[in-house]
Design a protein around this ligand. Structure first.
Ligand SMILES: Cc1cc2nc3c(=O)[nH]c(=O)nc-3n(C[C@H](O)[C@H](O)[C@H](O)COP(=O)(O)OP(=O)(O)OC[C@H]3O[C@@H](n4cnc5c(N)ncnc54)[C@H](O)[C@@H]3O)c2cc1C
Ligand code: FES
Length: 247
């Protein structure tokens, strides 16, 4: 198994940490690793930076993410990967729409041509706002504790979607489904990074399947056209115990 040696642990918010490392591996934005927490689990995590100083940003949910978020300078992060297809990049104007920890995988795409919508339940969930040009950033929170009160789609109403060469979306599926419904009848190019329970990360266990696609191997990034064929998107997912549940 491969490993990174942690250079730094940056606290982004109450329950989100970024760990950085300097390894010489080639990563496409949007790809992920299966990070191993000995005796606990292996979990998928994307890269929040793919430059010389690479990073992973971890939101604490359960024991595996809690242990990874505590890694400090000199500690080893064991992993397999990188896996998945990643985003296809464009040179022109782009819009990124991220919510919660989903903003992490979008961060390598941010440059001077990027307009951002960051949404979250509360101010605490808004990450990485300083990395954007403040004139091109829209912050939206469910409770109005930061930015505008509302959902990601509220910010879309003020933008000309067809102005962007590509729109990238990552976050909770309920948010991605509302963005999908908003853009579905528009003439836009859009990529969505899906999140599913993953056990193997390499197309063997089927825990991540959506309408026959395996998110780990065929995704996690899917185009608008692909999502149009997936009637399970935004409706059902498979739990870690293999049960299908409805959103
Ligand atoms: C391709 C891919 C890329 C990912 N990239 C990142 C990333 O860059 N940063 C990051 O922080 N996370 C990312 N995730 C999500 C991350 O894998 C999970 O949060 C992680 O597996 C949680 O593991 P755990 O053992 O700590 O928690 P668990 O013990 O699995 O879960 C504890 C509780 O939290 C809930 N929960 C767990 N994960 C989530 C979630 N994502 N959203 C809402 N509720 C959840 C569970 O249902 C459960 O109730 C990614 C997922 C995928 C599929
Ligand atoms: S995680 Fe096993 S098939 Fe995708």
């Amino acid at each position: 198994m491969k490993y990174f040696t942690v250079m730094e642990n940056i606290k982004e918010s109450k329950n989100v940490n970024t760990v950085t490392f300097n390894d010489d591996i080639s990563i496409i934005p949007g790809q992920f690793i299966m990070a191993w927490v000995p005796g606990v689990n292996e979990i998928p995590l994307s890269f929040s930076s793919v430059s010389d100083r690479k990073s992973i940003t971890i939101k604490i949910y359960g024991e595996a993410s809690a242990q990874l978020a505590k890694l400090n300078k000199g500690d080893k992060l064991f992993y397999e990967g990188p896996y998945g297809n990643g985003y296809s990049t464009v040179r022109g104007k782009k819009l990124i729409i991220g919510a919660g920890s989903g903003i992490a995988s979008l961060m390598p795409l941010v440059d001077q041509h990027t307009t951002g919508i960051i949404s979250g339940k509360t101010a605490d969930d808004i990450l990485f706002e300083k990395r954007f040009d403040k004139n091109k950033l829209h912050i939206v929170t469910d409770d109005g504790s930061k930015g505008t009160k509302g959902f990601a789609t509220s910010a879309l109403e003020n933008l000309d979607m067809e102005d962007f060469e590509m729109i990238y979306v990552c976050g909770p599926e309920i948010m991605m489904k509302s963005v999908f419904d908003y853009v579905n009848d528009k003439n836009v190019n859009c990529q969505f990074s899906l999140e599913r329970s993953m056990k193997c990360g390499i197309g063997l266990c089927d825990s991540c399947s959506v309408n026959g696609y395996q998110v780990c191997r065929d995704g996690p990034v899917f185009s608008l056209d692909q999502l149009r064929t997936m009637d399970e998107f935004g409706r059902t997912r498979i739990t870690t115990s293999g049960r299908r549940i409805f959103f």
